[in-house]
Design a protein around this ligand. Structure first.
Ligand code: N01
Length: 547
């Protein structure tokens, strides 16, 4: 059986102040903060050939952000904000990747990275107070601090379809899309999955493929994105009120830079509700539709039904075939990560697009020619696209063994459910930090990453200034934080709706709350209080419990 002794402490390991894993929003900013601002020696790694994280991997057709881009970027340098000109409110993947490459160049971050390098294990060395970090090419690093920005949604979920490897055509998971693209023109394409990714892919490729079969297990509620350029006066407003704007993002629940309603749905008449939903439908945005019309859509079943009744009517209006409209209408609450699209329901009016009901007839096997469903029907394809999502929150932290104090593995610590504090660290793992790990505020990520990295950097500085060998969150603090997260989460409809938010998308993964519904403002308040109070949540130079 694997145990911590599998990772040997190498006396010749390269000594650094910090190892950073990941070259996405969080990892890049960590390198800038720790190396450029604090003067630490930093070695960073990423499996990819370049920077970008999520935006490096997700190159599938139609990939774009659905966050107001004025809040989907860094805020730490006003000059960076001013000099980068986003072309539209919801930018496509190449534009976001170009931005992150620009950031890497502007702050000279690449020289700290070793790309195409997978971490194969990490282990805390009690004696030296350092993390042994081992890479796929067999190198050892001994780092005083370990910062992992490995991504919330990075560990791909490829369902165990019998026969997948026997397929004679091409098949791709959307988050491992080839860099040179895939020519889908004139091809017969199967798309499995109808989450945020599947919906974007479907709309993007429907006009160019010969035939598209969308394999849908659970329908999802989606509303129009309504793409448009960023209003110039809004940009001017941000530039003129820069600090206030970003603080307002941090003081919101979702950090999306959107209006968040404080009105309860019950305070409006059905006619007023219809008018309000219609207005938001025409203005666009998934999070805006979920959070911006009424405050209780994700907490109150009647408010939720008001929203879903409205979308169901829209589906019936848009989709000409009543049976397809029925199948596209979810029989679930509107309480997954909200979707928005660029004309998703309308593609099912096309002659070359078919909806396959996988709930009625599951995918039985992938054959060399295509996909066979449980009703015995075999459809033939040239390409199969797996838009089947991710092992969220924990998947990427558990891809390689990580051993904390006393050789306890992270996999064992999280076997029943993840335990962590404020999504940045975990008890038993000294000098070990995550960026947006389990229990993050359920928010737009870049502002949260930036805020977390600032906190982690301040904590590292505190440890260095006080000469602490180790700094580690207290177990009781972690437990009480997780209990509070559970309580808050159980007041929401996310708790009773299956999705990656509670781990139910991965067979065998324990169903659990993994988010902090206190939101960005709650998270910010907690971390600011911790810093102001001198980090009372942490044990300094705590001993091994077995010592
Ligand atoms: O993944 P998902 P995603 N047989 O888990 C289906 C972010 N993101 O990649 O619902 C058949 O949501 C599964 O079916 P079901 C965003 O946070 C953002 O789409 O489990 N089907 C579902 O339809 C998002 O929420 C952006 O029944 C199977 C789909 O695969 C997150 O990433 C864009 C199956 C997976 O949906 C994940 O989105 C893209 C099986 N065995 C992604 N297994 C934007 O910013 C799974 N499925 C816009």
């Amino acid at each position: 059986m694997a145990d911590s002794s599998d990772i040997a402490f190498d006396p010749d390991a390269t000594q650094v102040d910090a190892v950073v894993i990941g070259a996405g929003f969080g990892g890049l900013y960590s390198v800038h903060k720790l190396r450029n601002e604090m003067g630490l020696t930093v070695q960073a790694f990423d499996t990819a050939t370049g920077v970008g994280g999520t935006w490096y991997w997700n190159r599938y057709p139609g990939a774009r952000s659905d966050t107001e881009v004025t809040a989907y970027c860094y805020s730490f340098d006003k000059d960076l904000f001013n000099e980068w000109n986003w072309t539209q409110r919801y930018p496509l993947q190449p534009e976001i990747l170009a931005y992150l490459n620009h950031v890497a160049d502007r702050y000279d971050l690449r020289r700290s990275y070793q790309f195409e390098t997978t971490i194969t294990g990490t282990r805390w060395n009690e004696e030296t107070g350092r993390w042994e970090v081992v890479t796929g090419d067999g190198r050892h690093y001994a780092a005083r601090f370990l910062v992992e920005g490995v991504g919330l949604l990075s560990s791909t979920n490829v369902p165990d379809f019998p026969g997948l490897s026997s397929f004679a055509g091409e098949s791709y998971h959307t988050a491992r899309w080839p860099k040179d693209g895939v020519d889908l023109k004139g091809k017969r394409v199967a798309l499995i999955g109808t989450g945020s990714t599947g919906v974007q892919v479907a709309v993007s490729i429907a006009p160019e493929v010969e035939h598209l079969s969308v394999f849908q297990r659970h329908a999802q509620w989606t509303v129009p994105a309504q793409h448009r350029p960023i209003a110039p006066d809004f940009l001017d407003f941000i530039k003129a009120n820069y600090d206030e704007y970003w603080e307002s993002v941090r003081q919101s629940a979702s950090a999306f830079g959107i209006h968040e309603s404080d009105q309860l749905a019950a305070s409006a008449t059905p006619e007023e509700q219809e008018e309000a939903f219609e207005k938001q439908w025409n203005s666009g945005g998934g999070f805006q539709f979920m959070l911006g019309v009424y405050a209780d859509v994700v907490a109150d079943r009647d408010a939720n039904k008001a929203a879903t009744d409205f979308i169901a009517r829209k589906i019936r209006e848009i989709v000409k075939d009543p049976e397809t409209a029925r199948l596209l209408t979810p029989d679930e609450l509107y309480a997954k990560r909200p979707l928005c699209d660029d004309g998703y329901y309308a593609i099912f009016n096309r002659d070359n697009v078919e909806l396959v009901d996988v709930k009625a007839h599951a995918i039985a096997e992938i054959t060399p020619r295509g996909i066979k469903t449980a009703d015995g029907v075999e459809r033939e394809f040239d390409v199969i696209i797996l838009a089947t999502g991710f092992d969220a929150f924990t998947g990427n932290y558990l891809k390689f063994p990580q051993y904390g104090r006393d050789g306890v593995s992270l996999a064992d610590k999280w076997a029943e459910r993840p335990l962590a504090w404020e999504s940045i660290t975990a008890a038993g793992f000294p000098n070990w930090f995550m960026i947006f790990g389990p229990f993050p505020p359920f928010t737009n990520q870049p502002p949260a990453h930036e805020f977390q990295v600032n906190y982690i950097a301040a904590l590292i500085k505190h440890a260095i200034d006080t000469g602490a060998k180790s700094i580690e969150v207290k177990g009781d603090v972690e437990l009480s934080f997780v209990e509070t997260c559970d309580e808050l989460y159980n007041t929401t409809l996310f708790a009773v709706t299956d999705s990656w938010i509670n781990g139910t998308n991965i067979p065998g993964k324990p169903r659990a709350c993994m988010v902090n519904v206190a939101g960005m403002r709650g998270h910010v308040a907690a971390l600011r209080q911790s810093e102001a109070d001198g980090y009372p949540e942490f044990i300094v130079d705590g001993a091994s419990v077995n010592a």
